[in-house]
Design a protein around this ligand. Sequence first.
Ligand code: PLP
Length: 339
Amino acid sequence: MKLENMKKVRLGYYPTPLEVLPRLSAKHGHNIYIKRDDMTGPATGGNKTRKLEYILQEAIDQGCTAILTLGGPQTNHGRTTVAAAIQYGLKPILVLGGDAPEYLSGNLTLDAMMGAELVFSQDREAAAQKVIAEYAARGEKVYYMPAGGSNATGVLGYIQAVPEIMEQLAKQDIHPRFLLCAVGSQGTYDGLLLGAKYYHAPFQVMGVPVAPLKEGQTEEMAAFMNAVSRHYELGVQVTPEDIRLFSGPEACPYTGFAYSVPDDATRSTLLEAAREEGIILDPVYTGKAFRGMLDLMDRGELDGDVLFLHTGGTAAVWTQEHLDAAQSALRDNCTIREL
Ligand SMILES: *Cc1c(COP(=O)(O)O)cnc(C)c1O
């Protein structure tokens, strides 16, 4: 299969803006640019939109009537999938970890508004297979999408985001040495790295993992990327050394405590970006990656201008546990008066 022949449906609005963050640049000593993939749409948008355009096309081509994906209860990927599925007449099913919550907040509010089928389970894989079998018994065909949409089809989204970014950099005559993003299910990072190699991008792709790395993870990532490269005949080769992931100091890692667990350092970064630039980051992904970027810059480890990929996730700001944890920080240096 050739990259150039891969078709996609239309879900997002492109090109997403690419702009400078002047106050944070002055404060941290290098130009910091931001690529606003939090503005892709639909249903508040984010990085899953570019992946879903290729995946929806595949689901439609296969004659599927429903689309199922897995994730944490507050999955942004799930919320974007629901909106995408609705727009193309497929039934959205989300299989989420844990028990069904009493109170719907954050992404779950939006999932419920859009009428998704929400399945909660301690064993998501088993639950997914059960739901797929139920649908099949009724004559329906379910497209199974892994968490984060990070299969070989989804990776196309960020391979093809690279030429969009390169064109914007050339037009604006700006030259960031690094492109940095949050790393979760890895499809975004994988696509960007493959795209950067394939299109000879003038920047290095860097990532900040949002949960601690597993043993051998970079080797696995390289193997996956090489398989994708062969599949689409890209003719590029990725080694583990090409994969540049930064987890931060052991005492206070950029990953925080764990996936989606609120932490003070990430929250401070959310306030810094909001108060300096009016940019809303999220506590689960972009806040951690942005904190990592600023810290690496302050330590001199990112010695040059940086382009930050804002991957969205804004709806997670309104998750009940993050709101509860943020209350006192929100009131610091904020004037609240009754007159
Ligand atoms: C899913 C997600 C990421 C991580 O992207 P992956 O492709 O899963 O690595 C980053 N930011 C936000 C807001 C996300 O929802």
